[in-house]
Design a protein around this ligand. Structure first.
Ligand code: ZN
Length: 195
């Protein structure tokens, strides 16, 4: 089901990684993941793992509607500090609902709905992710147990259901001013600086 399409060297400002492209058939869908790895992964202590769902608005445009980018950068920094770890970057925007539907959800949130309500209004479950593909990728890399970088305890059960042991969960805590709660306040502050 899982196929490695490419593997190459990947120097970045966080450090030197290997980059992989994986493709897999899961249910009706063909899924793609980009994977960054650092260090020897098979055997030894459970490595750090971040499973990151693509967020164009956060990862590329530095959105303050979410803290995806901060969590990704924190993960890359922590992995670089240990010279060992894995980022699985799922090419499925907005927790699987797709980029334009995510923007529609933002529109509904501007009208007062929360994330879950907005997704339900659009006919999506709150979180469409399953960890079948990440688990297959970890098995491909020879990793049976991980230290999961996540703020969401539900992810532990989801990953263990897919056959990967979670030895520890490490919260991805980011600075409060970068959280969505601080969005309007921060925006005003930033505009203040500009003026
Ligand atoms: Zn995001």
């Amino acid at each position: 089901m899982l196929r490695k399409i490419a593997e190459a060297n990947f120097p970045s400002r966080f450090g030197h990684f290997r980059i992989y492209g994986f493709e897999g058939q899961y249910g009706d869908a063909t899924e793609e993941c980009v994977v960054l790895t650092m260090g020897e992964l098979a055997g030894g202590d459970p490595p750090l793992l971040r499973i990151h769902s693509q967020c164009l608005t956060g990862d590329v445009f530095h959105s303050l509607r979410c803290d995806c980018r901060s969590q990704l950068e924190l993960s890359l920094n922590l992995i670089a500090e240990e010279s060992r770890g894995i980022v699985i970057y799922e090419h499925q925007e907005g927790r699987g609902i797709g980029l334009l539907n995510k923007l529609r959800a933002y529109e509904l949130q501007d009208e007062g709905l929360d994330t879950v309500e907005a997704n339900e209004r659009l006919g999506f479950e709150a979180d469409l992710r399953s960890y079948a593909m990440p688990a297959d990728i970890l098995r491909y890399l020879g990793v049976k147990s991980v230290r999961l970088l996540s703020n969401n305890p539900d992810k532990i059960a989801a990953l263990e259901r897919a056959g990967i042991e979670v030895a520890e969960r490490i919260p991805c805590v980011v600075a409060p001013h970068e959280s969505s709660q601080g969005y309007l306040h921060t925006k005003k502050q930033k505009m203040g600086h500009l003026l």
